[in-house]
Design a binder for this molecule. Structure first.
Ligand SMILES: [Zn+2]
Ligand SMILES: [Zn+2]
Length: 119
């Protein structure tokens, strides 16, 4: 038995400010990750903490406690189909990736997050 929460930090970027933040996610049910809170973090710090190397699979739900992006407060997020990285999302149909500037339409849900790679 292990009742320690299985929690990870997923790196993301604010679409408006282009600054990095970490989203803490917790696996509350099997393969269901609850996004609990987000905090500002520098790319350097994220690298030092190895937050970029975590790979998690499953679906994501926003926890009731989640307050949104630490920079602009938007509670949504999307992952870019091109680079796979996460940016905060204001609910618009067309989005621009904060990492690689790819413009895409929102479709489907995030089913797998690869948290590796450099930001
Ligand atoms: Zn934001
Ligand atoms: Zn991208």
């Amino acid at each position: 038995m292990n009742d320690r929460p299985n929690a990870q930090v997923v790196m993301a970027k604010c679409s408006k400010k282009r600054l990095s933040y970490g989203m803490r996610v917790e696996e509350k049910e099997r393969k269901t990750w609850h996004v609990t809170w987000a905090f500002p973090i520098s790319d350097k710090r994220a690298r030092a903490e190895k937050y970029e190397n975590t790979k998690i699979e499953g679906s994501f739900v926003l926890d009731d406690t989640y307050k949104g992006c630490p920079y602009c407060g938007m509670s949504g997020f999307f992952s870019c189909y091109k680079c796979g990285k996460i940016s905060c999302w204001d609910g618009a149909q067309t989005v621009t990736c904060a990492h690689c500037d790819t413009v895409s339409d929102i479709g489907g849900t995030i089913s797998e997050l690869d948290v590796g790679g450099d930001l």
